[in-house]
Write a protein that binds this ligand. Structure first.
Ligand SMILES: [Zn+2]
Length: 247
């Protein structure tokens, strides 16, 4: 799942979108003899498996079985598919996590996946820190400075106020909350990435010296969201305290 906030400054994600509505409208028509009868017309997607094999799954972080599947929309008459009304869409489905991917996932090797995953993680951790700041509905100058320092550390590049402002307004316009966002994106994070992201969120939340209530609540909730033990959670916070912010 990808939310609006992920689209900023990033190539289109290769995760496959699975939402295709299926609807079955009904049509009435006058018959040849003038009597009325009903023709039931609709559409349906037919999915077939074209090939199977093994691939490296970016969600499972391991080699898994996959099925290359083709989905094609058909016009149905009385629920029977008669004519195809669109091209077949190909996607790869993982038998481990059931995630769906664009077929290009098969062309990439483990190393490429890992470097993409790291890039993606950094962006996601940055956005998580920003969303924690937004929990109390305001962004102070200190918070912006802290977010910029986190960007220097995480992304290894400067993030100007404009870029931060753009991310903030997208998050606010779409009502994106830290809890839901992290819940979605952290599925693909490794244990150490979870700790790193939590550290970034902690630093962002404490930018003003003390924790505001909505921020401390969101931060405390991250232990469950990230499925961390109490010890892992504390260690991650502890480590964040030793971060040297690069101004
Ligand atoms: Zn998988």
């Amino acid at each position: 799942m990808t939310s609006e906030i992920d689209k900023i400054g990033r190539e289109p994600p290769y995760r496959y979108d699975t939402t295709t509505p299926v609807h079955v409208p009904q049509a009435y028509r006058a018959g040849p003899a003038g009597e009325r009868f009903m023709i039931l017309i609709g559409t349906m997607n037919l999915t077939r498996t074209r090939e199977q094999g093994q691939y490296y799954c970016p969600t499972c972080h391991s080699t898994q079985e996959y099925r290359l599947r083709a989905r094609r929309p058909f016009l149905t008459l009385y629920f029977i598919p008669v004519v195809p009304i669109g091209d077949a869409e190909l996607f790869v489905q993982c038998s481990g996590c059931r995630d769906k991917w664009d077929p290009t996932v098969l062309e990439m090797n483990k190393q490429e996946h890992e470097s993409i995953q790291v890039e993606q993680f950094r962006d996601e951790a940055m956005r998580s820190a920003l969303l924690i700041v937004l929990e109390d509905g305001t962004t102070s100058r200190r918070e912006i400075k802290t977010l910029q320092a986190i960007a220097n550390q995480l992304l290894d590049r400067r993030m100007d106020r404009e870029e931060l402002g753009e991310l903030c307004s997208i998050a606010q316009q779409n009502g994106i909350r830290a809890h839901n966002y992290v819940l979605t994106v952290s599925r693909r994070w490794t244990q150490s990435q979870k700790a790193e992201a939590l550290g970034a969120m902690f630093l962002a939340a404490t930018a003003e010296g003390k924790l505001q209530k909505p921020q401390s609540k969101a931060l405390a909730g991250m232990r469950d969201v990230l499925e961390m033990t109490e010890k892992e959670y504390e260690t991650a916070i502890e480590a964040a305290l030793h971060w040297e912010p690069i101004e």
